[in-house]
Ligand binder design. Structure first.
Ligand SMILES: [Zn+2]
Length: 83
């Protein structure tokens, strides 16, 4: 089962789940479910890794002079490519 085929059949569950995880709205059960899902769904895994990379980047950069917008844009574009 892959993310893209789910998306094609109009099943947005992957993205909803990912968004919830990233927003910190997911229950422990949902988090576990998503962790399992990521192991079979490369698009979700990649999107998750990228989102986390952005967060870390923002956190580290915000302590100094702020994140360089080009870099954030670049990462966002990578996410869009995956989506
Ligand atoms: Zn997925």
């Amino acid at each position: 089962m892959s993310c893209s085929s789910e998306n094609l059949s109009g099943k947005p569950r992957c993205r909803e789940m990912l968004q919830k995880i990233l927003d910190g709205d997911a229950s422990p059960e949902e988090q576990r479910e998503f962790q399992e899902h990521m192991q079979q769904c490369l698009p979700c895994y990649n999107a998750y890794e990228l989102e986390m990379a952005i967060r870390v980047l923002l956190q580290t950069r915000c302590n100094g002079h702020g994140a360089p917008p080009e870099l954030i844009e670049k990462i966002k574009q990578q996410i869009q490519t995956i989506r």
